[in-house]
Design a protein around this ligand. Structure first.
Ligand code: EPZ
Length: 419
């Protein structure tokens, strides 16, 4: 398993370009299951999770070709309905093939995704919504087995605005009979990107990005032009914080700042200057960083995927800040690792009190999940001395060439190949 070796203390300066959004690409690529002809995607990031999705599509009977950010997906022969455990266990987003398989085949056999480091992450809301559309499910040997004659429209109310649940239903309803209305839908920008892709191929989806989404089923989808994946707002936010923490000045190119208001409000409250220039945002700090409180919420609230990175910054801010995690039940795995670097953090339930200290000190630490790993890299960039972040495969799941992008900004960081 690879590690990243970081010598802290160098201010980051220069320009970094944001890659395509992992959390838009994953549902959109699995949406290719809805098509009986080739679909082409551009700006697809080279990430572990994308390669896992490519493998899953091939396992299901699709031919794929992925180079230079362009992914082609084409049904090769009869589609298999089985998403095997060895793939699903490495990427729970594989459950997003459930809706498309039921819509195309009338059946799906998807391994239960299981929990992960940040929580149990059930899929009960996905299943109950699909049952309202006519699907029947059973659980056999760790597999979700779904069957239906032909999915039909339904009026669905989500107990929680689940991102994956919203995406699964939007895809399933695109080819169902009649109209589906989704209430309390997730409003994340990646939902809008998925709807834009499907609508560009003939789907009839309205209201994406709002709490109510209406989908009028159609008989067939066909792509007219290649679809370009939106830029990654979480990757962008991570590099904005890197600039502030290292006292540098970084231009983040292709930054989807319209989708980042909650994060920008909190960064500015911490004394981070954010200047918008065209499709770029320039981040720098103009005086000492000040601590603020944050509370993660469904979009457009503060994104849970930025919580760990923001906490790393709070650990060197003047004053104290409270971090409240309301989305996942166990998303503080980065806390003990940050404390190894000297951070003063006290966790009570889903809340963490962070008291800023003048500087972190480098140490060997371990990534436990994607965003925790990113937070530890940020901490290493500004810590005194050397930090080694182990199990960096977590970071490789969601950050395209992170060490290369950071090196281009002047960071002293290199990858140590594991055995
Ligand atoms: C998506 O996960 C993202 N992943 C996550 O990003 C992100 O943190 C999350 O949305 C919230 O924004 C992808 O898009 C691939 P949810 P998802 O369904 O769809 C509970 C990253 O770092 N829930 O909105 O799994 C669930 O347990 C990853 O890039 C149910 O109870 O998120 C969780 O507590 C991490 N039952 C909460 O809702 C369900 O049926 C949010 O889950 C579904 C969800």
């Amino acid at each position: 398993m690879d590690s990243l070796l970081i010598t802290g203390g160098t201010p980051l300066n220069g320009t970094v370009k944001v890659s395509g959004a992992k959390n838009a690409a994953l549902p959109i690529l699995l949406g290719a299951i809805l098509f009986d002809k080739k679909v082409i995607f551009e700006n697809v990031p080279h990430l572990r999770d994308i390669h896992t999705t490519k493998n899953l599509l091939e396992t299901l009977g699709f031919e794929t070709n992925f180079e230079n950010g362009c992914m082609e997906v084409c049904q090769k022969n009869t589609i298999s309905s089985e998403a095997p455990y060895d793939l699903v266990k490495t990427m729970r987003a594989s459950v997003l093939c459930l809706g498309p398989l039921l819509a195309r085949l009338g059946e799906a056999n998807v391994a239960m995704p299981g929990g992960c480091a940040i929580g149990t992450r059930p899929v009960d809301l996905h299943l109950s919504a699909l049952e309202k559309m006519g699907a029947k499910f059973s659980l056999d040997n760790g597999y979700i087995k779904g069957r239906c004659q032909k999915l039909h429209g339904a009026h669905i109310q989500f107990d929680f605005p689940t991102v994956g649940g919203t995406e699964n239903i939007m895809m399933a309803a695109s080819l169902a009979d009649g109209e589906t209305i989704l209430e309390n839908a997730a409003r994340e920008p990646e939902i809008v990107d998925l709807a834009n892709f499907l609508n560009s191929c003939g789907a009839k989806i309205s209201g994406a990005g709002e709490s109510q989404i209406k989908i009028q089923g159609v008989t067939r989808l066909e792509q007219k032009n290649p679809y370009k994946i939106m830029p990654d707002r979480i990757e962008a936010g991570t590099y904005l914080i890197a600039a502030a923490m290292t006292n540098g000045e970084v231009r983040v190119k292709d930054c989807p700042y319209h989708d980042m208001e909650a994060l920008f409000d909190k960064l500015r409250a911490c004394n981070v200057i954010l200047e918008i220039e065209g499709d770029s945002v320039i981040a720098k700090k103009h005086q000492e960083l000040n601590a603020v409180d944050i509370r993660t919420l469904p979009h457009p609230g503060f994104p849970t995927d930025m919580q760990a990175q923001f906490m790393a910054m709070l650990s060197i801010c003047k004053g104290s800040g409270i971090v409240e995690e309301t989305i996942f039940e166990n998303r503080f795995m980065h806390v003990p690792e940050l404390k190894r670097m000297g951070a003063d953090i006290r966790v009570t339930g889903n809340s963490a009190m962070v008291r800023g200290i003048p500087s972190l000190t480098g140490a060997p630490v371990m990534a436990s999940d994607l965003r925790a790993g990113a937070a530890l890299v940020l901490a290493g960039l500004c810590a005194e001395g050397e930090t080694r972040v182990d199990r960096i495969y977590h970071v490789d799941r969601g950050y395209e060439g992170m060490e290369l992008k950071l090196q281009s900004l002047g960071a002293k960081i290199k990858r140590i190949k594991g055995e």
